[in-house]
Design a protein around this ligand. Sequence first.
Ligand SMILES: [Zn+2]
Length: 420
Amino acid sequence: MHTTLIILLMLTSSLIGWSQTPKKTYQGQGQVQEVDTSPRPIQQQYQTTFAFEDAGIYISNEFDGARLNGALMKEDTLMVWITPENAPINPSPWYAFKIWSDEPKEALVKFTYQNAKHRYFPKLSRDGESWQPLDSANYQEFNKGEADFGPNSLPETVVIKLSLDADTLWVAGQELQTSKHIFAWIDSLSQQSYISYSDIGESRLGRPMRNMKISEGKQEDKIVMVFGRQHPPEVTGWLAMKAFVETLTGDSKLAQKFRKEYTTYVVPLMNPDGVDLGHWRHSAGGVDLNRDWNQFYHPETRAVRDFLRKKTDEGAKLYFGVDFHSTWDDIYYTLDSVSVTNTPGLMAEWLSSIEDNIPDYEINAKGSVNGTGVSKNFLFREFGAESLVYEVGDNTPRPFVRQKGQVAAEQLMRLLLDRE
Ligand SMILES: [Zn+2]
């Protein structure tokens, strides 16, 4: 009997250096050095099925959204190696793989990340569509908090126990939601006469930048802009955006009235390459797109910028912009209170009305305006819009994510119509 060894892939790949170039700064609470967002290379993930024939276990990354950079069987444990698309990078290690076995058996799977701590609690699926969190009894963390990535650092790892059989088990950091899922959602909403979509550009690798239009009005003078998924693993942000948009497109009286007055545009998938390639954070251009809204070195940010410039040149006014993300906790990153927007005071009213309409809920909001190339700053600077980054916790219960998205949309519609 011999041990099957699969060589860890891409261990030796050279990582690209980071440079920070001081650029212009803007008035605001914080004056910061801007990150250089020039394109840089990414490492290709080698797509394959790793077969451990002695153990009768198979593990694969051959699907959209997968991330699994290497695997090896060491005694009874399957070691999986998860690396980012390039580095340095915000440590949000996304993973997604399929696993199965010849005979029913339990398997231990140990995660090893390159210079990053475990972030996403494992979710399991039998069909790649419906997902449940792993039973916490089958989850164990090692060296938590001890990893400092120095030379003597203990690796922070997670070991999970899986029940395998010949049917595929999907394992991922969050529910798998790729371009296929998001475009299918756009198609289904677009059955309504007042919803249409067009492509406002292409991603670096040629995937469509799909933009939905929601309107029942005769003219398009008042615009709301919604987008998300600049950061591929931020699935809870997408789930909140989905609930938000489904409320705007619903058949309530409020939504019908709103659609007659305001046109909403939605780019739900800002980083289709990163999502389908299973990236931790960056685009196929190798950078964080949500730092590129000053420099516009990337086709994804340029597509939205050029679209909004065209609309506003044609006479429309952008009243509100929201960019959905996920992080450790629910938080609203807004403009500061002294920024004078097209709808002064709207943000404060909106946040407090969300709070008032969700029992026992306390809003966590933080305002700032500075020169960084974050989407909300651009939407304010160039168009005077009230804007924010809407962050949803990674572990926020999904029904609550949905409720918050619905209430946020209802209160926004009500407040914008009140301004008439
Ligand atoms: Zn994000």
